[in-house]
Design a protein. Structure first.
Length: 63
């Protein structure tokens, strides 16, 4: 269970915008489900670019 990068997969539409913008390259799309996932959330810089760019508000960064 993630504690920093929270992704609500029921909302995610797999647009990939958060994946592209993440400076730490820790977000990726699961090719089978087209849902966003996070690899190593401990590398997250918590600048919330992903949260701001997500069109459906599926990402939340817990500070
Ligand atoms: S807050 Fe920044 S570093 Fe953390 S997952 Fe989002 S885009 Fe990546
Ligand atoms: S920006 Fe939002 S909808 Fe798009 S892939 Fe990321 S979490 Fe999913």
């Amino acid at each position: 269970m993630n504690k920093i990068v929270m992704i609500d997969e029921s909302l995610c539409i797999g647009c990939g915008q958060c994946v592209e913008i993440c400076p730490k390259k820790i977000l990726f799309l699961d090719l089978k489900t087209s849902k966003c996932k996070v690899s190593d959330e401990t590398k997250c810089g918590k600048a919330q670019c992903c949260e701001k760019i997500c069109p459906v508000k599926a990402v939340k960064i817990v500070k």
